[in-house]
Design a protein around this ligand. Structure first.
Ligand code: NAD
Length: 246
């Protein structure tokens, strides 16, 4: 399917856009001549993004900080599309979870999505923009993985948040979907493997026996953002190499 030029001149905000899946989404959008703003907390990765793609408006922002993030997103002005991609995934055995672990995971993976979407949608409605939003969820929204209780809980929440946002925003012509990848070859995933040799274990549930590439997730995100998905909303779309078939 040719998606080239679908995003020419469109304003797109991508959170966590400096590394991994977010960076692949930013790269694809820039190739399609979109006007891209990337928010990220990682200063080094942002510097590299600015050097390789100077047209991208790369802004340092810790999305877990409600008031700061809201004022940064307001200052960007209206956008046509939003990708809520920033997320953390750390191993937290139930018996060792602290309040700090809980707050950090939910603040980034859930609270920030609500805060940023609320701010973006207020501007969309004020400007009568019939935009679209993609949340980056995970197969963990529907599957249990050892020690991933907090992460999985946030992604399960995101599934319903996606549907409920779609319900609320459909009448304004704003679509909201989520993508649910199985393990993708990114710094987050490599960090979850206890050792590099253990990496194949991360995709041992896949029917197609390899990690998914960030570009492959980016393709799906761009499709769901685009007008080609005009009648798709409230969906959690799995890109999981068959992970959830068994
Ligand atoms: P990553 O760690 O490689 O990249 C995440 C990006 O988000 C980084 O640039 C990081 O700096 C940024 N970020 C983290 N916390 C932030 C904060 N507080 N404020 C702003 N930016 C912040 O991770 P990834 O694998 O590319 O993950 C991206 C999304 O995809 C996440 O929501 C993750 O849960 C989801 N996901 C990843 C996988 C996988 O296997 N990698 C699978 C399913 C879903």
């Amino acid at each position: 399917m040719a998606l080239t030029a679908t995003f020419a001149g469109k304003r797109v905000l991508v959170t966590g856009g400096a590394l991994g899946i977010g960076r692949a989404i930013v790269d694809r959008l820039v190739q399609d001549n979109a006007i891209v703003t990337a928010l990220d907390v990682n200063e080094t990765a942002l510097k590299e993004l600015k050097q390789s793609l100077p047209k991208v408006n790369a802004i340092q922002c810790d999305v877990s900080k409600w008031a700061d993030t809201k004022s940064i997103v307001k200052s960007i002005g209206p956008v046509d599309h939003l990708v809520n991609n920033a997320g953390i995934g750390k191993r937290h055995p139930l018996l060792k979870i602290t309040e700090g672990d809980f707050n950090q995971t939910f603040d980034i993976n859930v609270k920030a999505v609500i805060n940023i979407t609320q701010t973006v949608v207020q501007a969309m409605i004020a400007d009568k923009i019939q935009g679209s939003i993609v949340n980056v969820s995970s197969v963990s929204s529907v599957r249990a993985t050892k020690d991933l209780l907090l992460y999985s809980a946030t992604k399960a929440a995101l599934s319903n948040i996606t549907k409920t946002m779609a319900l609320e925003l459909g009448r304004a012509g704003i679509r909201v979907n989520a993508v649910c990848p199985a393990p993708v070859d990114t710094p987050l995933m490599v960090g979850l493997a206890p050792t590099p040799e253990a990496l194949p274990l991360m995709y041992s549930r896949n029917c197609i026996r390899r990690l998914i590439k960030p570009d492959e997730v980016a393709d799906l995100v761009l499709f769901l953002l685009s007008d080609k998905a005009a009648m798709i909303t409230g969906e959690n779309v799995f890109i999981d190499a068959g992970y959830t078939t068994n």
